[in-house]
Design a protein. Structure first.
Length: 215
């Protein structure tokens, strides 16, 4: 970042490098310099994600249509910003614990900077959230891939920025992958159960209307 203020060009460059060259990015990432930079970074990612969700909400597309849109759009946008800040510090604590397990750097600022970098996936996830309006299964697969890539970024952050033990980090990565896959399968099962319930409810409602002579 520049001495005169926040460097947006570097933010864009860092974001691209995080997504396309995570090993190289986390190897060269600064782990010191204050908390202002990672906070601004998280807020910008949250703002972009919130704006995308808001747009999808106005268009009644994807999860944005369910979460934001209409009169509550602005407040939802604010909540996404607040959530990005809260998520930054919660994520930093989680990464600190994982780094401690893997005998890596447990400096809170370093963990916060790794977290802020991983949050580049927020706008990516928001951008693709409209797919849920097209196909829930497709959206689930895309969400799984994004989450798995997030774990890959986490692995690189642990090993190359926080200097955590590589083998231990690999075990952590595999455990987290298993948890995410289980949650996805559970979510799909819940969705199917909900769909069946709604179909049965609709069928019963139609039969009830017929009993009252209403077509």
């Amino acid at each position: 970042m520049s001495n005169e203020g926040f460097d947006f060009k570097k933010l864009i460059s860092d974001s691209i490098d995080t997504l396309t060259k995570p090993k190289e990015y986390f190897e060269s990432m600064k782990t010191t310099g204050g908390l202002v930079e990672p906070i601004i970074k998280a807020v910008i990612y949250g703002a972009v994600a919130g704006l995308l969700y808001f747009i999808w909400g106005l268009l009644h597309l994807g999860v944005g249509g369910a979460l934001i849109g209409g009169a509550v759009g602005f407040m939802a946008f604010i909540w996404v910003l607040i959530g990005s800040i809260i998520g930054l510090f919660i994520g930093a604590v989680v990464i600190l614990v994982l780094s401690a397990i893997a005998k890596g750097n447990i400096d809170f600022e370093a963990c916060t900077r790794v977290t802020a970098s991983i949050m580049v996936l927020m706008p990516v996830s928001a951008l693709l959230s409209f797919l849920s309006a097209l196909s829930f299964k497709l959206f689930s697969v895309i969400s799984l891939l994004i989450n798995l890539y997030g774990l890959w970024l986490l692995f690189n952050g642990l090993v190359y920025s926080l200097k955590a033990n590589k083998k231990t980090s690999q075990i952590i990565l595999l455990v987290l992958v298993g948890i995410i896959v289980l949650f996805m399968l559970a979510g799909l099962g819940t969705k199917r159960a909900t769909d069946r319930y709604m179909k049965n409810l609709d069928k019963e409602s139609r039969e009830m209307l017929k009993d009252f002579g209403i077509n």
